[in-house]
Design a protein around this ligand. Structure first.
Ligand SMILES: Nc1nc2c(ncn2[C@@H]2O[C@H](COP(=O)(O)OP(=O)(O)OP(=O)(O)O)[C@@H](O)[C@H]2O)c(=O)[nH]1
Ligand SMILES: [Mg+2]
Length: 378
């Protein structure tokens, strides 16, 4: 009897062991199948980034860094590939030692196609021809060097013949808060530029407050809010469709009350009402200039990819709002980089900053020598 019971127990134990082994093998098999499937068929698809239309999702705010202070500014040469491409034939002449009409024609084509503008191109060509006649240049090396010097000098000379002042002022009367106002048509990069500057100035230790004066769509204030969060800046925003001037007014009051060092005011490139955009901007400016605010910079933001159109836009805006300088964005995405020369020459406004990408560190002070070298240096 005892033997029978022992046999049954042993048989049960063996059965249990076999079942256990089978279950384990099945599990391993399933796990393997899941691993194989994962790359193209995840069990739970990642959620779509939720962001209001026209605004990048948090993770997608291009280049908004975790540690902004660590990010190095980009090099002009690395970002101006498209404009640089137009000057390939000019650069290719270096070292060939011949200066002829072909070389000058190549140069003319590159200057015109990069949107330097007809007037300035003619001026540069006249200088080159005169130098050739006087035999100051007798080879293509000398031609490139002459063009380089000429372009840099055009960019470094203000309309009054003096040096160009590209500084951003924070100089205000006692007890006032400096306000930088950003204006320009929609999509040129105003909000992104403010985000980049907020990051930079906060890293410098300033208490920065952003005024969400673009009430055209709620997404605009959300986009600015995201940049404020990343930069460690404060933000004052109003309701969608609300009066932009009153948002800027509230922001300036808050800045005064909280002891902020700088207000960066965003504006819309479009309006809900039929009020003229320029008239609205004038009003915003007046309001921002009321105590404790003091408008010390009105920065006209222009999109380099629009080439000569940017020059016409600048003409319409700059006088009406009394711009103090230009921010030329998206130089990284266009072959029309020469427009920086046209803007400098034809408008007499200093190009203070240029955008070389979408990231927080991709806004740099405009440096004519680096810009020209990026086009002409081999
Ligand atoms: N490549 C590149 N993209 C840029 C640069 N500056 C801005 N952008 C992109 O341009 C697009 C428009 O920028 P925004 O800052 O939203 O333009 P905005 O002027 O505020 O536009 P509205 O609010 O519609 O008036 C965004 O996708 C930016 O990431 C730049 O220097 N380089
Ligand atoms: Mg905007």
């Amino acid at each position: 009897m005892a033997t029978l019971i022992i046999s049954i127990v042993v048989a049960l134990l063996v059965l249990a062991a076999i079942v256990g082994l089978l279950v384990r093998a099945r599990r391993a098999e399933r796990a393997e199948q899941v691993t194989e499937k994962t790359p193209e068929q995840p069990a739970t698809p990642p959620p779509e980034p939720v962001a209001p239309a026209g605004q990048a999702a948090d993770e997608e705010i291009p280049g908004a860094p975790e540690e902004p202070a660590e990010e190095a500014p980009p090099a002009y040469k690395d970002r101006l590939g498209k404009s640089r491409g137009l000057f390939a034939s000019v650069r290719a002449r270096i070292g060939r030692g011949r200066l002829d009409e072909d070389a000058i024609a190549d140069l003319e084509e590159a200057l015109l196609r990069s949107d330097v503008g007809v007037a300035t191109t003619d001026q540069i060509l006249a200088t080159v021809r005169a130098a050739a006649l006087e035999q100051r240049v007798d080879g293509d090396d000398a031609l490139v060097e002459l063009v380089r010097t000429e372009l840099v000098s055009l960019l470094e000379t203000a309309p009054d013949g003096g040096p160009v002042d590209r500084s951003l002022s924070r100089e205000v009367d006692d007890g006032r808060v400096p306000v930088w106002l950003f204006v320009g048509v929609n999509g040129v990069g105003k909000t992104t530029t403010i985000g980049k500057l907020a990051t930079r100035e906060s890293n410098e230790g300033l208490r920065v407050l952003l005024a969400a004066g673009d009430t055209f769509r709620a997404a605009a204030a959300d986009q600015l809010g995201l940049w404020a969060e990343r930069a460690g800046a404060e933000i004052v925003r109003g309701a969608e469709g609300g009066d932009p001037s009153s948002v800027v007014f509230d922001a300036v009051q808050a800045a005064g009350a909280r002891g902020a060092d700088l207000v960066l005011a965003d504006t819309a490139g479009r309006l809900h009402t039929k009020v003229n955009l320029v008239e609205e901007l004038k009003k915003i400016r007046r309001v921002a200039d009321r105590e404790p605010g003091q408008v010390v910079e009105v920065l006209l933001v222009l999109d380099a990819t629009t080439g000569q159109n940017a020059v016409s836009q600048a003409r319409e805006f700059s006088e009406a709002v009394d711009a103090t300088g230009v921010v030329l964005t998206k130089l990284d995405g266009t072959a029309r980089g020469g427009v920086v020369v046209a803007i400098s020459r034809e408008l007499g406004l200093p190009v203070k900053l240029v955008g070389l990408g979408e990231g927080a560190a991709d806004l740099v002070p405009f440096d004519p020598a680096s810009f020209v070298d990026a086009l002409l240096e081999p």
